[in-house]
Design a protein around this ligand. Structure first.
Ligand code: ZN
Length: 306
């Protein structure tokens, strides 16, 4: 099941805070599910959980007669819950004041979500009707497909009132209210009652961050190794130059030893060279000797070039 479907499953099973919450969720679904269509009320969704909740609420609150259309086997999931009896339809429209004007103006009637718990229940209904999320493994994106611009702006304002920062855009003629920041998405999911989904989102984020950190460390280590190898290569070149021009006999014994050790172990790090020397010299001592060899080679080159 997709992350988005998991969220809907969790929301459909969310507990309500008070008796108004039941109506608030149904109001959110009716308004943002674009349900009033001519002389019918029709809720369509890919989520069986959302379809079941819609049907249950309509029956509980109005006793209306419904037909539920289930997807054919093998086809993509698509459920339709329809209220066809005209008396039931008018009763629902009157009860939730879903007249044309409410749609056009994007009026959210707060009578249907009087308490904070009901506002959350309302947003839950809105998500069940038109919300979706991208796979958080790929990107953070939560969106609501609002039925029109007025309702998109109204939803955006209501979310902002709850300190949830969303933006409005249009995509292929469809009004979209969306957020892309993981913190906003987590806050939204928690607020509307999808606490488990929030937890798994946070876990995914931690996993992702840890993976990135491991990559960063590996990159950093690779860079350090490269630096060591480059430095060692330069040293080898200079030591060879000394050998070919004046030979090692001209060098003090400790420098001769260091030069031979480096030539024999061109890939070794400083610490490894110390080990190979039988620990007769410290890391800084070895570094000092190699720097002196480097300097001698530079001086030789200068004197020969003159
Ligand atoms: Zn409530």
């Amino acid at each position: 099941m997709s992350f988005s479907a998991d969220v809907k499953k969790e929301l459909a099973a969310a507990k309500n805070g008070c008796s108004f919450c039941l109506g608030a969720t149904l109001y959110g679904m009716l308004l943002y599910g674009k349900c009033v269509q001519g002389n019918k009320i029709l809720f369509s969704t890919e989520s069986d959980d959302a379809a079941e909740l819609f049907a249950t609420r309509v029956i509980e609150m109005t006793g209306a007669i419904l037909t539920i259309h289930e997807p054919e086997s093998g086809k993509r999931p698509f459920y339709m819950v329809t209220v066809e009896d005209s008396r039931d339809v008018s009763r629902l429209i009157d009860q939730f004041e879903l007249h044309d004007i409410a749609w056009d103006k994007g009026t959210l009637n707060r009578r249907f979500f009087p308490n904070p718990c009901c506002m959350e229940a309302f947003l839950r209904g809105v998500y069940l009707a038109c919300g979706s999320m991208s796979d958080p493994q790929k990107e953070y994106h939560l969106e609501f497909r609002a039925p029109n611009e007025a309702l998109a702006q109204a939803l955006c304002a209501l979310l902002l009132e709850n300190n949830l920062h969303f933006k409005v855009t249009s995509r292929a003629g469809q009004m979209i209210v969306y957020a892309k920041e993981s913190a906003q998405i987590e806050d939204t999911l928690t607020r509307i009652g999808a606490v488990h989904s929030t937890m798994s989102l946070m876990n995914l984020k931690i996993e992702k961050e840890m993976r990135n950190q491991v990559n960063r460390v590996t990159n950093c280590e690779t860079a350090n190794i490269e630096k060591t190898v480059n430095a060692a290569f330069a040293q080898v070149q200079k030591i060879k130059y000394i050998k070919d021009t004046v030979g090692f006999d001209s060098l003090p014994i400790p420098l001769q030893e260091a030069a031979l050790l480096r030539l024999a172990n061109p890939d070794a790090t400083l610490s490894e060279l110390c080990c190979l020397s039988g620990r007769t010299v410290s890391r800084s001592g070895m570094n000092h000797r190699l720097s002196r060899l480097s300097k001698i080679a530079d001086e030789l080159r200068e004197s020969f070039e003159e």
